[in-house]
Design a protein around this ligand. Sequence first.
Ligand code: ASP
Ligand code: MG
Length: 333
Amino acid sequence: MKRAQAFGRSLAIAQDKLVEIPKPIELLSESEIQRKQIISKIMTFTLEYLTYEFLKNEFEWLLPVIFSKSTDPLWPDPGASIEKRVEVEIYGKTVRATQSMIVHKMVACSLVQPKLFVFSPNVRIEKIERANSGLHVYEFTQLDFEIRNASSREVRNLVEKMISGLIKSVKNNLSFELSFLGRNHSLAIPETPFRVYDREELENKYGRNWETQITFEITNPIWITNVPREFYDFEDFEKGTWDNYDLLLPKYGEVLSGARREWEYPKLVRKMERDNIKQENFTLLLNLAKQGKLKPSAGAGIGIERLVSWIAGARHVGETQMFPKIPGLVYDL
Ligand code: ASP
Ligand code: MG
């Protein structure tokens, strides 16, 4: 086992710790199987709770897509460390494995379904060094949602209610499982509203490693706003600020990212040119924007494995997967 190293953003759990790499299913000992079963129970509970919350709030439930011409470019994003983008040819066309369903969300939300959610498998072939971060897997599930005409504040309020409600419910219903994992006392019901921090202020206070630093200081989840990243997050050119947000969990770091979105054609084109994003990979999105059919929206995506990792106090996010997808390690299943 290698000593964990820090790799830029979102590396929290690895700090000063040896990270235990999750084994493939066929190598688990009896006690490891029991631990897997317990974490799996927390996973089931979490999926059920969140699904019910979205349905209660009148969201429509979409099924995910795997291959499309357009997917999230994951660039520029200070947190991205992608070794390879999966592109294949089918029927003579180049398609990409979903890195996130952001483009699909924006389009579906504009044209058909003003409130939607989807459990979406994301393929992100992370650099091998990230195996030791404890936070990265090369396939994960994002609970992605989008709301037409919503503000950032509305999205954050909804998420805060869901996360604190979920933890309250986990504590009420799964106390045996939490005790087994030694998490009964250390997992507190988050207090709402969560504090909101501006990324620029944190950078000034803590320097380049602000994210790791603050992740280990907090005891309640917090929001980080104003993070420069992909073209689809709303940017105020005059003020030089971004209307977006990340949710950070104590010791576990980023579990969600989201934003109010760009919808105006000239801004989208200007940002893609600036960031060297190939416009031909986003033809439909740009055409809809040009015709005024793209609507303002806001949303976010919750990393399900990271959320469950935090609840369970997992040593590595891959522990929450029945078939761990650890960067650099390709198991049979
Ligand atoms: N799901 C994110 C969003 O809604 C996109 C991402 O995966 O970074 O903004
Ligand atoms: Mg993003």
